[in-house]
Ligand binder design. Sequence first.
Ligand code: HEM
Length: 503
Amino acid sequence: MYTVGLQSAADAFLLSSLQVQVFLALCILFVLLVFGLDSNKVDNGSQSPVFLPGSHLLAIAPFFQKRFEFLNDGFRKTGQALFQFNMLRDTVIVVSGEAGRKAFFTNRAFDLTEGFKVLSGAIPVVKGVTSDLQTRRVALIHKRLSASQRQEHLTQRIKPILDDCRRLMEAWEPTGTFDPFENIYELLFQTTVRSLASEDIANDAALVRRLKYLYDILDNGTTPATVLLPWLPAPSMLKKLWATKEIYGIVSRAVDNRVQSGEHRNDTLQMLVDAKDERLVMVGFIMGLLVAGARATGTAASWLITFLGNNAEWKVKATQEVDRLLAIYPPQNKTMSLSEQLSAIPLEAWETETPVLDAVIHETLRIAQPHTAMRRNLGPDTFIDSKLVPSGAYIVYPFSDVHLNPDIYPDPWKFDPSRGEAKVPFGYLGWGGGKTVCLGQRLARLELKLVTSMMLLGFRYSTVGVNGDLLDSPPRPNWNDALLCRPEKGSCFLHYEKSTPTL
Ligand code: HEM
């Protein structure tokens, strides 16, 4: 889901004659499609995972467009826990089952950054800034991310995040209907910009809208061609390169202005400036983590609030939990707005006294996080479940293998936060597992709890269908939408009514 190391392609943007490029690219594409890619299949006998029948370019296109179906089909067609297919010259091995996930998440040679670089594609690519980073730079960015979530820094984010919620929610009509996958997502985009970038960007509503528009282009513009043939000047690729260049411009201007002006602000950029980080590290930190953070928290919050809107029992429990916190940490005066009252609750309480919100987040991530983890084997040949994973091969593990497995989670599509911990190794991967766990978890959990609390205490709301009728059951997360998991557009809305005089 996240990497700060991304693939290189931006250079291609500036290359020579477009007609020549298009002609050459189309010729190469034609050859690839007609002659297929099976020629480089290497059969290592029974040691090799079985090949997915028909691994040519067109047959594997659904890996990018309908990943959930593609992988399920692969397991069905091969009847195996591991199978492989070719992606141009690369071998991709899909693993499942207990042995598969244990090996996947514990093998030190399986590299996340390299896996993402080739198989993902929906990330802004700027060489040396967000892609092809030296290990040292990635480590530094991770170190800064961890510093940005230290107690004192995160404590200071609570009020600004709640202020953002208030400002955006006040712009809603006092009563109405909206698409949570638009409005709640937008809210989380704002709070994530606030938490990871700079005050100058976060305070400029038009600039935040522009950034979101640009990141949406990256999210929506991933096609098999943009990933497999990044040098092909197809319209979607050009649009992605343009969006990346614009994002780079916005972020680097914010960084340069801060450094040159010498102004001091209380934000994450200041932390990077004070640490005297290289310009490219600062820009890379913001560009790379914004996309990782906003997408994941936006998706999780949209679903969490949608699920609660359809589940009176857990909505009441969660509301009571936040009410109880307000009673324990009462506001200084009764005239305070809801966001000011919630700001008085200390970070420790949000982190340790909210078992209901924790259970709701846990269950939301199980059902509505359609992640396929990706790695590359940078070590020697190895074996998973007695099957060969050659050096250099890409390996993918779909979270559906565990999170939607009826043997581990009976009635797996049911939103039921009362489920206990899974009893099998690596039985829950909501925040990753083994050697790769989410490094933004502390911030993400806080954002989710603050936004949900504002929604629960600021509004009466329920999840409704297109006619405004209450839905019998929540919509089903669409795992084929590999980034955002949205249900079919227009199939579900929140009907709300403001329930507090001052947000
Ligand atoms: C609800 C929100 C989030 C969820 C559910 C989530 C989930 C995950 C998961 C499952 C992984 C492991 C991926 C894999 O194994 O392939 C991961 C890794 C990561 N996450 Fe998050 N994440 C969230 C928010 C964030 C935020 C806000 C940030 C940054 C501020 C962030 C930064 C990262 C990074 C840097 C990694 C890679 C760690 C590594 O390379 O070892 N995440 N996250």
